[in-house]
Design a protein around this ligand. Sequence first.
Ligand code: PLP
Length: 626
Amino acid sequence: MIDEDIYGIKKWGDDILNVLDNGNIGLKNPFFPENQPVDLIKIIKSLNERGISCPLLLRVTDYLAYRIQQINKTFYKAIKEIGYQGEYKGVFPVKVNQQAQVIDRIVDFGKEYHFGLEVGSKAELLIALAHDLSSESTIICNGIKDREFINLAILSQKLGFKTILVLESPRELDIVIKVSKELNIRPFLGIRIKLTNKVSGKWSESSGDRSAFGLSVEQVMDVINKLKNNGYLDCLILQHSHLGSQIPDIIEIRKATQEACRFFSEITNQGAPLKYIDLGGGLGVDYTGEQKSVVNSINYSLDEYCINIVETVKYELDQSKIKHPTIITESGRACVASSSMLIFNILETTNFDSYEKQEANKDDHPLLKNMMQIPDYLNVDRAQECLNDLNYYRDEIRTLFKSGQINLPAMAKTEETYLYVINKIKEVLTFSNEITEELQSSIDNMADIYHGNFSLFQSLPDVWAIDQIHPIAPIQKLNEIPKRRGVLNDITCDSDGIINKFVLKDGIYNTLPLHEIKDDEDYFLGVFYIGAYQETLGDLHNLFGDTNVVTIKLKDHGNFQLLHEQEGDTISEVLSYVEYEPKDIINRFKNIVEDAVRSRDLSLVERKKLIETFKESISGYTYFEN
Ligand SMILES: Cc1ncc(COP(=O)(O)O)c(C=O)c1O
């Protein structure tokens, strides 16, 4: 009996994905759950027919619109239920996904909620200022700012933007005051406080006393005094704090909110007319669906997150009799992660099987003979012993081979026997629940390697850099039992280009159940929840560039609409990123070919062919093409 949810799709992807009757993954429309889901394989085939091939980054606008709606509406609901007197107006942190197609849509979908943008650099500020934001939304400027940044931010107020400069250091304030005086504009100012509460998870270092960002208590006092002395305290309208991304535990969010409120009350009591409390990002994504306070998961729902924040702000500020401010959060990951997925095809597999029993013969080395006898005493209880023996005999025979006492055919027979026996051990353990770590790791070491048409460094940099787990599943054959277990290897020639942590229905595993691949059919895998941070953090390792990107909208009756296509980098483009001028490189090649005509008897027809082939490659996709 096939378990269709072996990959745990129900726990990590229930509102956006399901398994269709034909075994393919279907993309559900969260706005219209009763609509027929759109077959992901049908999308890929239809894109292929248009000439758009894998690897492919697929953006589903409905998922972006849905998350923005969810975040805003859930805050509104919490505000209503709790009787909070202020509003919620979130911002999207541009750094989480700066791509124009994404930001344009966020601004568009967010307009009705007065959703603004958070920027952390001049370039991001320019992006924000080029958008038609709701007049009631804010542009929050975080990060270290120079004079030019500050100048532009303050000037933008003239266009009706509510651009708030969040002071990250006392030094910044001197420039702000100077520029404001020169421009004769009263700036909108915020102050970034450093909370003492530390959070767990991967971004623990961005919280607590040692955090690189925000003002310490003494600096907060300095800034307030300086603002007072220069007559600018009335400009201080926002307080900002940020704990770090992907906060796993709701208690940490509540405690940080509580501490932020204490600062808010104190700064207000110092005479600042604070109107906004900005609690930064950190709303996590349950990548593994475990619903636990562990890395890659979270122990709270969006409802809980909103209620905890609104309730805490209300309670704390009521205690200090302070008017409820507008709550801002800077949720990046939670907004965009689900809207992008990477789809790639498997190119080939390497497996470590041998089902063929080697015939013993009288000339075999005694150690090899012993090895061949292991299956005779193999059973579940003696599996570890058998593995120990197997490894011992093989190591001994390898040593003999190195010292010339065993020849190549005998060594090959040993390795075949090793694979045969280890597969027998795997078989015996298939239905055992009590596998020791050592046995499990030996079995994992024998897993297949599925070579995928993607670059981990370009498309999934966090998997490499911080062991991020993204849910991964085949997007077809989910009605067939996956008989293989494998790890995934990308096409860079780097041993780090491997994925060996997978979310399955009942936990995290080192190998992924996979189907056998056949020469005459494509086998695609999907990596889900990659909309946050991955797209611009990626690098050009081995000069694999940006993948093709397609933005779609889900329609009814299982159809979709292609909204936008962005061709992936060509080889010529990636060469120019690394200081090669494509025309120049073609000319260099032509010179080499011409030399060969002179000195190596290269025919003119061959010359032409070589140059054509070179030119064709330089304008092609950096990934494997069919
Ligand atoms: C200041 C600031 N705001 C917001 C975010 C976004 O955080 P997240 O993606 O966890 O919502 C970050 C990222 O760490 C950040 O540094």
